[in-house]
Design a protein around this ligand. Structure first.
Ligand code: AN7
Length: 359
């Protein structure tokens, strides 16, 4: 138990390493590379709660420093790479991992190399990696090819792999489950999230189990992970050679942490399921209509919640947490595609009022 009278996080400390120091694989000698990640809001959704007849909270991970949950694991992975004397890090990425790796590597003064799949990385994410000075190559292949090549590079060259195969990533990411428990005062009954490479569901499950073991909560949530239907290897039980979905962040056909996802779902009496692209887009729009801007992959959790509700799997009055993994500004193209462009009018009150239907 933390020294500050039972609270999980050490009050007044910023960034997940300092806040959860004694629960992470760090020592006083670890140089802490941080951008004050974590401590993200858990927002109560009135509309979703009414819709599904339960209490629904949204963990808005898009408010991390680089706009996604990846920062929680990256602070630890980069700190440990620095501690171990590494000079360079490498990752394969559908976008967010590379944005985060680039930012934390820049902060640490490390070289960051990034392999991205051809033509399927949201512009905002690519811009971030470039802005932070990462060395980026777009390979003629998908994410799964990029990850295989990255692993080969890390074996044959003196570079540290910072994909979630790096155990420090999952360790850092588990802190999000601590925060949920801290905010609710218990675990939720249902935990709903998107699944791509499956590192994050592995991390949440570890975080919840540890929280229970430390006495911070006395039951565990059922874990429901949602893949996109065209990229749902875990649901199918075999790898998908040519994964397809509008949610490019989770366009992954052979998840590295496959076993971790299955373990989380099985041990918690949950499931790994899939949602259609159309349902992801609907959830994206309804979240935006509630003031919460997320990227498409994140909307898979709310699409998934609706699927669970439609099948009677949301017990009335229970508590549900949906994880919103990344910010909508990563990929504004989808908002622009779904709305009429603003009309140009003369700079005078009358035509403005008329067009806005406020006349
Ligand atoms: C917004 O950046 O795989 O199941 O290379 O960016 O832990 O992989 C991103 C994944 C969900 C899936 N939501 O998480 C990458 C990458 C968003 C994401 C996922 C990702 P995992």
């Amino acid at each position: 138990m933390s020294p500050n009278s039972g609270a999980l996080a050490v009050a007044g400390r910023r960034g997940v390493i300092r806040r959860y120091f004694e629960h992470l694989p760090v020592t006083e000698k670890t140089p802490i590379v941080t951008l004050d990640e974590g401590d993200t809001p858990l927002i109560f959704s009135e509309r979703l709660s009414q819709e599904v007849g339960a209490g629904v909270w949204l963990k808005y991970e898009g408010l991390n420093p680089t706009g996604s949950f990846k920062d929680r694991g990256m602070t630890l992975a980069i700190s440990k790479a620095l501690e171990e004397g590494s000079k360079a890090v490498v990752c394969a990425s559908t976008g967010n991992t590379s944005a985060s790796a680039a930012a934390y590597a820049a902060r640490a003064g490390l070289i960051c190399a990034v392999l991205i799949p051809e033509g399927n990385v949201a512009l905002g994410k690519l811009a971030q990696a470039l802005a932070h000075g990462a060395r980026v190559v777009e390979i003629e292949g998908n994410f799964d090819h990029a990850l295989t090549l990255t692993k080969e590079m890390a074996q044959s060259r003196p570079v540290t792999l910072v994909n979630s195969i790096n155990g420090f990533r999952v360790e850092g990411q588990k802190t999000a489950a601590y925060e949920v428990v801290e905010a609710l005062g218990s675990a939720p009954d249902l935990h709903v999230m998107p699944v791509g490479n499956a590192g994050n569901i592995t991390a949440y499950w570890r975080g919840y189990r540890e929280a229970a073991a430390k006495g911070w909560c006395d039951f565990l949530p059922r874990m429901f992970g949602f893949q996109a239907e065209g990229a749902n290897p875990i649901v199918r039980g075999h790898r998908v050679e040519d994964p397809r979905t509008v949610a490019t962040a989770i366009r992954i056909g052979n998840p590295a942490s496959w076993g971790g996802a299955v373990e989380a779902a099985d041990a918690s009496k949950g499931q790994i399921r899939s949602v259609r692209d159309k349902e992801i887009l609907e959830a994206y729009r309804s979240l935006a209509a509630e003031g919460i801007y997320v990227e498409l992959a994140s909307a898979a959790s709310v699409a998934g919640l609706r699927q669970l509700a439609s099948e009677g799997l949301v017990v009335p009055g229970c508590r549900v947490v949906c994880i919103l993994t990344g910010h909508g500004l990563k990929d504004p193209e989808w908002a622009l595609a779904g709305a009429p462009r603003p009309r140009r009018v003369p700079a005078a009150i009358e035509p403005i009022l008329e067009h806005l239907e406020l006349a």
